[in-house]
Write a protein that binds this ligand. Sequence first.
Ligand SMILES: Nc1ncnc2c1ncn2[C@@H]1O[C@H](COP(=O)(O)OP(=O)(O)OP(=O)(O)O)[C@@H](O)[C@H]1O
Length: 669
Amino acid sequence: MKKNERANLSASYNDLIASITNPRITIIGTYRVESVVGEGSFGKVYLAVHLLTNTKVVLKSSSRREAVILAREIHHHRRLLHPNITRLYEVICAEDRIYLAMEYCPNGELYEFVSRQEALTEKKACKLFWQLCCAIKYLHTQGCVHRDLKLENIFLDKNFDIKIGDFGFSRDTDCSRRTFMSTRCGTVAYCAPEIVLGQKYIGECADIWSLGIIMYAMLVGRLPFDEDDTSLTEHKIINEQPFIPETISPNATDLLIRLLRKDYRFRPSIDQIISHPFFRDNRYHFSSIKDVTISTKADDKVRRRLELVGVDIGQLNLSISEKRCDLLYGWWLLLLEKETKKENKKIHLFYLQHSKGKSSSFHIPPSSPSLETAEVSVTSNNSKFNNSSRSYPGQSTGNLLSTFKSWLLDSKSKHTSRTASPSFDTVSTSSKCSKNSKILRKKNSFDSTSSKNGSDYKRPFNSVSSTEAIVVPRKSPIVQQSCPSTDPHYRRSKPKEEEKQSLSVSPTSEKNTSENFQSPASVSEGSLISTSLPNISNRLSNCRGCNLSQLSSVNSSKSSLTRSYSNLSSTSSASLVSIVSSRPSTGSGTRPTSYHHPIDRLHKSFQFSGGDSNNTRVNATAIFTIGAARRIAPTSSSLMYNNQNFVQEEDEPEESFTSDSSRHFSDIF
Ligand SMILES: Nc1ncnc2c1ncn2[C@@H]1O[C@H](COP(=O)(O)OP(=O)(O)OP(=O)(O)O)[C@@H](O)[C@H]1O
């Protein structure tokens, strides 16, 4: 061997050794890690690229110690397929870490977006809030409540459309009747009064309250109840009405007041919110809400392609129908997204071509999804994909990955060259929001000195306070304005003469008198809800060409290619063990410096007797509560806080997890 050949050989050996001993992770499963985009409560959040589809995703890493808590998040998140909810593609279990591969939202948190602009214009806020409400409507219809809705858990995708994330506090509810819950969870500034008071609460109503806080923050640029002292914040949540500046339009004011009603029984349902004039006047209509469906054409295409590259179709079908979030499921879902985007583009182009020259009041709903997906089952297709494999044209020798890519992504797909990755050890996001952070503060940290001893401000909701019930109608008959004269936080507007006359202090006056706006049915414990969900397909047919799925009907073949899978969903709500785990949302790598509470600090703040830093406790009723030190070891009745997120152990059983679905996540446990 020549001298230089030997040198080359030894150099390549050295490279190999360096690469396999490099402590920095570069490949996780089928993902190439690019950079760190944030830091969650349990670990770093990486930007990564799915190598088989060349799609950007985020990989949220957690220690295996958090497996039980993660199981809840995964259990809820994997069954949610909505254009305004981040998608969970895959769960990767490595030796000591678990990674969740999720939809990447390059425009970051809504918190940053709002902070940067101080307050959003009403048009912008309406668009975002509409999308948020559509997602919550879907969530609630799926029998799930979020329980930690806040600006920091809402992300913006590349089109600045809303994507709800972080389902760590979610739980199942029975959407046919109101389920009372008692786990105190969430983030104080976004918490409904009934939760702050330690009462049993209805998850949906608590979510609606949080929607009110988010809407307020978007329009006003700060949180309505937000003090340095948590107990003061709580006091205000329970007793004070939000100050609503005069710049806010009457419709927006009216909706805000309804959402932030102290008594949950008088808060509107999500359907009532969506029908509110605030949206209607901005041209968002209930009727434009699409039934979340998956394109059969795209699905069939993707499955066929996967079959052609040698994927065991039986295994694939199983992964999809059980939403296993394994490699095959993630691959399928990512490809499906691409395929559906392509299909939607075609439909859009088709529409544009055919509507040329026609006057158009056409309004594409802002929640136009990047993918119209829904509950998916494969059962109907099994036989089809069990056919003997076909030969695939254009097979080429060479690198497996590139072959897969060319097969799967069409030759058009471009492989973007990448710039050097920043270090994984530093969070690359800037603290650009800190200049406004005095106005709108990130709510993931908590001053643990706060306590619940302020019983003096507790008051039962059956006695509606005068501040709560005073309603000042404004110009529009629709508008009601709470305006106790004594409260400096109240909106300072001079009531007109006739408005003064109609000042009312009766709690029933809180029920609206709005035109075209239904009064919420009062709900008593255990009563049935009559949420008569509207017949969406009827509505769609009445809606004039205003959404993409409808546009598809213009295309003669499209209507037959769209189906709803929701009834076929086989996602089991069953899982492993009865879990009581409410994860306080604490860490975030992107929070402004002044409000950054590093995970380390939180770990130090909560050391529990017994010295178990993982704070693992299994009680006699086989209820597991596992968490890192930042999680609170709950006593059955005590309330403990953790950086403004708080958790209280539930009295009532949470979702019960059976061994059936445990096999999907058996690796975790
Ligand atoms: N889908 C996403 N797209 C882009 N960035 C994301 C996404 N998910 C998370 N991030 C980034 O990672 C950070 C932490 O993520 P996330 O808030 O979901 O973690 P967490 O563990 O739930 O934290 P917390 O408990 O503080 O809410 C976010 O602040 C954001 O910057």
